[in-house]
Design a protein around this ligand. Structure first.
Ligand code: ZN
Length: 312
């Protein structure tokens, strides 16, 4: 179906339970408006789900597989012993051990689930899949920790573990010549540091996108200088503080996304977000930059096709 897709949502989570009752309709609504979808994995199970979902469509639904930093396995009890090899510098002998597991402590926190080992063998199978167009969402996020982990020692340990899993995903991406999809929260400096070390080994084979960009103009420029794209969500339709960023990032280095089910754009605020609403993100970019909407639309879909080597 050549030229069927006129827009693209480069970062969606249509696999989430939010769509359990109408997933096919959500995808059909997007496709009817010419919106292609890239679903992004957060765990191994989610990554398997999105690959399966992509397999059901001849075109226009793709997968980026990987592990979100808020899911990397971190067991406070085991940190002093089993994870010593990862953590030799930070081990503090003699410190009393907490008898609660991290899972007990964080079970009340929806967004944190430090429970999953990064299964390289299983992830590699998914990365190699023809419907997989990238690796992620991967990165660093220790911005807001559950109260029991919000101390310097756990913060440092968790950072090391997230970094290890991030680097493993970088290696898989480079091995299969696919871009990475970066998740960062208050961690752009650390991520850039890791990228610069990895560039020494991988050079320009290491490429990707900084998703839901919320850093400074300088930080955005640092990603652009390293050949990365930067993507924006529906938040730019209502949050004025993004305008400098949107103006700064050249259209050629930008991607459109929704990060649905989160952050629905104006005029759908407060509702569940979905991929078809990426059209509002494209309109907002055109408005903020003062560029013709049709040119914005064409450039954004071209950027995605080039970065993710899409089949349409
Ligand atoms: Zn996401």
């Amino acid at each position: 179906m050549p030229n069927k897709f006129t827009h693209i949502d480069c970062h969606a989570h249509v696999n989430f339970p939010n769509y359990d009752t109408d997933r096919a309709e959500v995808i059909a609504r997007a496709h009817a408006e010419g919106v292609a979808i890239i679903n992004v994995g957060t765990t191994l199970e989610a990554s398997r789900d999105i690959v399966k979902l992509a397999e059901q469509y001849e075109s226009g639904v793709y997968a980026i597989v990987g592990m979100h930093p808020l899911h990397v396995k971190y067991d406070k009890d085991q940190t002093d012993s089993e994870q010593q090899t990862v953590d030799s510098n930070l081990n503090k002998d003699g410190e009393s051990k907490n008898t609660n597991t991290v899972q007990d402590v964080i079970s009340a926190h929806y967004s944190h689930d430090y429970s999953e080992d990064f299964d390289e063998v299983e992830f590699e199978k998914l990365v190699a899949h023809p419907k997989t167009v990238g690796v992620g969402e991967c990165g660093i996020d220790i911005f807001k920790l559950p109260p029991d982990l919000d101390n310097p020692k756990d913060r440092a340990n968790l950072l090391i573990i997230q970094e290890t899993v991030f680097r493993k995903q970088i290696q898989l991406a480079v091995k299969y010549d696919k871009p990475i999809m970066i998740h960062a929260r208050e961690s752009y400096g650390k991520i850039l540091e890791i990228l610069d070390e990895e560039f020494i080994t991988h050079g320009a084979k290491l490429r990707g996108n900084a998703h839901f960009f919320a850093g400074t103009v300088e930080e955005a420029q640092a990603f652009l200088n390293r050949g990365f794209t930067v993507s924006f969500t529906g938040v730019i339709t209502f949050a004025k503080q993004y305008e400098d960023l949107v103006n700064h990032v050249p259209l050629e280095d930008m991607l459109s996304e929704t990060d649905c089910p989160f952050v629905a754009p104006t005029p759908h605020r407060g509702k569940r977000n979905e991929p078809v609403f990426v059209i509002e993100v494209v309109k907002a970019i055109a408005r903020i930059k003062g560029i013709d909407e049709e040119l914005v639309r064409k450039t954004l879909i071209q950027n995605a096709k080039e970065q993710f080597k899409l089949d349409f």
